[in-house]
Structures are given as structure tokens and as C-alpha cells.
Design a binder for this molecule. Structure first.
Ligand code: FRU
Length: 479
């Protein structure tokens, strides 16, 4: 490790220590979501299950609550519930990553952990350069940088980043989020025999493929994996226009399902489906764990969307991760469910049968800042509505088959909303933390994720119906 690297780490730890007491007293600090100890957290990086330990690295700006020269912070866990803060994994210390160790992924090979990431560089005139870099570890805690392993090919701008690496038939592949020279988003592929020498193969999808014309000006954070006999490409495209209830966020996150022809290489796939219907979800990344499960994490935020209005900024931190979600396919639809491990957090179960007839009822929520609510056996004539701390409302209108999540905007000035359509509603599963909501519909058919900043006096969760509604409600306090 160079002197400069040590100095950057020292300054980051000093920042943590200096601001810890202010960060900790913030009333919107989460109870069961991963957050930065100070500063800004964005994308999950290098998620992997290795030697019985799950690792989640993350984009981290320790010095302020804006973006900039990112570090890789690091958490680990054996049970996906109790996370341990680890030493900083990567600091932006070298010529090839001096303006940020940007997003990337991890693989295991011959008893070592390999991290691939994008070195973000600005030259003297502020022009961007991009390098795909490698760092290797024997113990999963300390990483030795090996430098640049792949460079920008012709035909692309320097918006070329976020390597996700995997093995297939004895070869290594790396998918990268790219922008073509004519400013279109695309996903490109590299191949390697040894993880250190990489050859550019070309685009696997993007405009001109699969009937896509314009599909945004940049694709970030691609992730490609096989699941139940299909190949799935997750990607976060930037620059899509809103279409009715779709693409309402500033930037999107979604997936294509199909098949990657490794020989061509080209991915044949169907249409793009948004992963999450809420306000705050981006830069997803998955891992396959040692039990063969496909698990996804994402940043519970969106770049450039109200980031300067978060009230936590005044206490020197911003953003968090989503809960880990188990991914499965039903036909060509991704189903996302909270991991079964999360049940270990449950305490004090209360179950009630709610019967509404043009009425409302408060749910037996013990601690609204850390609660899980499971709603089953839903029978409703016209629909119903949940009110969460007067700061968010979850509304189901049966005649339109429409689900809506409303929340008070971060500046407190208006109500904002997001929607999705469903055929039938039978189950709702809500995870409510101090400043976030994750609502799983019909066992993961759709999910709404949102940050929210309720006023601290308000603790109630109520449900009301203008017609007749019945449901079984189970509530837990989460530990
Ligand atoms: C997505 C992203 C990535 C980049 C990283 C920088 O949120 O912009 O494309 O690698 O964040 O922090």
C-alpha cells in the first residue's frame, strides 16, 4: 500500500470518528438496513458469498454527502442479518483510479478473491478517462491492487464502467455498462482465460439489437446471470422518458430475460421490465450464494433524484441499501422475495383479523421504526388504503387493478406517487425502517421501495376501506 493510500484511509477513518456522534443521533438512522458510517453510500459492489461469509462492498464517499472520488467500503455477514463493518477495501489512490474506485464485482479463484472495478480519472482539463482494474485478496479483508486489466475500446465514450465478472464453460466473462460514440447506452462483453488479460468481444445488446431503438444514453451497472434455464441481464439505463406509469424516476433499473449466445456474442431477449415500482432503487447487484440462491441488493436511492433534499445530510450521512432479495423466475418475470433469513429479526408477533366496512383501524404496531407487517387472505370489494405515519399511503383500487404508493416529498412540500398494475392482490409484505419502506406485493410479483422521512411524533399505521375489506394482519417488531 502506498503512502498516499494510507493517508486517504487515515483521513476517512478520522472523518468517521469525528462525525460519529452526530451521525448516530440522527432520528432517521436505519435499524436493519446497511448505511454508511458517515458520508454517502451508493451502489452495492463486489457482492459475493465466499468461504461461508457474505461480503458487500459499496461505493462510499466518506468526506461529504455528495458524490466524487469513491472508496469501496466493506461489510460482511454470515447470516445476512448481523453485519460487521470491515476495513476499507479500496481507496482512490492510484493514477488509474484517483477520481474514484467506481463500481464493480467480485469472483473467487484458486482460494483468492478478485475484485474488478472501474478506475475513474479526470485529466487536467476535466475530461474523463476510464480503466477496468483488478485488486486481489487472500483473506477477503485486505486487497492488493494489480492495476489496469482492460482499456476503453474504440467506438465508446469514457462512460464505460461497472464490470461484472462471471465464469462460464471454463472462461471468464466481464459485462460492462457503456455509452457508444453516438451517445447510446449499451452492454459490452470482454473475455479472459486467467482474469488478468482481457479481450474485447463487442456489444451484446443495446440499440440495434432485439428491436431496441433508443434506449437511454448510458447503461450503468449491468449484471448478467443464468437463472432457471434463462439468462437475465439487469441494467440501470439513464435517459429513458416517462411512459404513463412507467419510468417515473430520474434513472431506471430493470431487466431483460433471454439467452446469451457466447459464441457470437449476442443476447437475444424480450422487453425491458422495471425491477421496482417505488421511488428509490438503483444499481442492483446479485450474487449466487454457496446454496445456489440468486440474491440481489440495490442502492435505495437514484442518482440525481432529490439527493440534496435528504434531511439526513445535516447530520453528515445519506442513503442506504435495500434489504437482500431472493430472485426467482416465473415465466419471464423476476420474482423478488425478502430472504427467509430476515425472519430471525422478528419478535413479539401479533396477529389480528381486520374487518372493515367503510371504516378504518389502527394496526398493533409496537415500534413503527422497525416493523414487519404481513397481510394475507385479502378480500376486498373495491379496495383499501394504508396510511403510514401520515407520510406515506399505499392504495389499492380494485376496479382499475392499480396499486399506488404516495409519499410526502423530501422537501415536505407535496405528495408524490408511483404506480403499478396487478391482476389480483392477495398478499402484502411490508418492511418499515426508520426512514424506508419496502412493500412486496403477492409474494414478490412487484416491489415498491422508498425512503421517507415521517415527522417523529407520528407513529400510526392505519388501514381504511370505503367498502368491505377483510384481511389477516401479522405484525412483528424487528430486532
Ligand atoms: C451508479 C454509478 C456507477 C458508478 C458509480 C460511481 O450509481 O454512477 O455507474 O460506477 O455509481 O459512484
Amino acid at each position: 500500500m502506498t503512502k498516499h493510500d494510507q493517508e486517504l484511509r487515515r483521513r476517512a477513518y478520522e472523518e468517521m470518528e469525528r462525525k460519529e456522534h452526530i451521525v448516530k443521533m440522527d432520528p432517521y438512522r436505519q435499524h436493519f438496513h446497511l448505511m454508511p458510517p458517515v458520508g454517502l453510500m451508493n451502489d452495492p459492489n463486489g457482492v459475493i458469498h465466499w468461504k461461508g461469509i457474505y461480503h458487500l462492498f459499496f461505493q462510499w464517499q466518506p468526506f461529504h454527502t455528495g458524490h466524487g472520488a469513491k472508496f469501496w467500503g466493506h461489510y460482511s455477514t454470515t447470516d445476512l442479518v448481523n453485519w460487521v463493518w470491515e476495513e476499507i477495501a479500496l481507496a482512490p489512490s492510484e493514477w488509474y483510479d484517483k477520481n474514484g474506485c467506481y463500481s464493480g464485482s467480485a469472483v473467487r479463484k484458486d482460494g483468492q478473491l478478485y475484485l474488478f472495478y472501474t478506475g475513474n480519472v479526470r485529466d487536467q482539463d476535466g475530461n474523463r478517462e476510464t480503466y477496468q482494474c483488478l485488486a486481489v485478496s487472500d483473506d477477503g479483508r485486505t486487497f492488493e491492487k494489480k492495476g489496469v486489466v482492460a482499456r476503453l475500446p474504440e467506438g465508446y465514450t469514457a462512460h464505460f464502467r461497472d464490470p461484472k465478472v462471471w465464469e462460464h464453460d471454463g472462461k471468464w466473462y466481464m459485462v460492462i455498462g457503456a455509452q457508444t460514440e453516438n451517445l447510446k447506452g449499451s452492454a459490452v462483453l470482454f473475455i479472459s482465460d486467467n482474469l488478468t488479460e482481457w479481450t474485447f468481444l463487442g456489444p451484446i445488446t443495446g440499440p440495434g439489437f432485439n428491436g431496441l431503438k433508443d434506449f437511454g444514453y448510458m447503461w450503468e451497472c449491468p449484471d448478467l446471470f443464468s437463472l432457471q434455464g434463462h439468462d437475465v441481464l439487469l441494467v440501470s439505463p439513464q435517459g429513458l422518458y416517462a411512459e404513463g406509469i412507467h419510468f417515473q424516476n430520474v434513472n431506471q433499473s430493470g431487466y431483460f430475460v433471454g439467452r446469451l449466445d457466447y459464441d457470437k456474442p449476442e443476447m437475444k431477449h424480450g422487453g425491458f421490465t422495471e425491477l421496482d415500482r417505488g421511488f428509490d432503487f438503483y444499481a442492483h447487484q446479485t450474487l449466487e450464494d454457496e446454496r445456489g440462491r440468486r440474491i440481489m441488493f440495490a442502492w435505495m436511492g437514484v442518482p440525481g433524484q432529490d439527493e440534496t433534499s435528504h434531511p439526513t445530510i445535516e447530520n453528515h450521512w445519506i442513503h442506504c441499501m435495500t434489504l437482500p432479495r431472493l430472485l426467482t423466475l416465473s415465466g419471464e418475470k423476476l420474482i423478488q422475495q425478502p430472504l427467509p433469513e430476515l425472519k430471525a429479526m422478528r419478535t413479539n408477533e401479533q396477529t389480528i383479523d381486520v374487518k372493515l366496512h367503510q371504516s378504518n383501524e389502527a394496526l398493533p404496531v409496537e415500534d413503527v421504526e422497525r416493523t414487519e407487517i404481513l397481510i394475507e387472505n385479502i378480500q376486498t370489494l373495491s379496495g383499501f388504503e394504508f396510511d403510514i405515519r401520515k407520510a406515506a399511503r399505499f392504495i389499492f383500487r380494485k376496479d382499475e387493478g392499480l396499486v399506488t404508493l404516495k409519499r410526502v416529498s423530501f422537501d415536505g412540500e407535496k405528495m408524490e406517487e408511483r404506480h403499478c398494475h396487478i391482476n389480483r392482490l392477495h398478499t402484502l409484505h411490508m418492511f418499515i425502517d426508520a426512514s424506508s419502506l419496502e412493500i412486496f406485493i403477492n409474494e414478490g410479483e412487484e416491489v415498491f421501495s422508498a425512503r421517507y422521512f415521517p415527522s417523529l411524533e407520528n407513529h400510526e399505521v392505519t388501514v381504511k376501506s370505503n367498502g368491505d375489506t377483510g384481511m389477516k394482519v401479522s405484525v412483528w417488531a424487528l430486532n
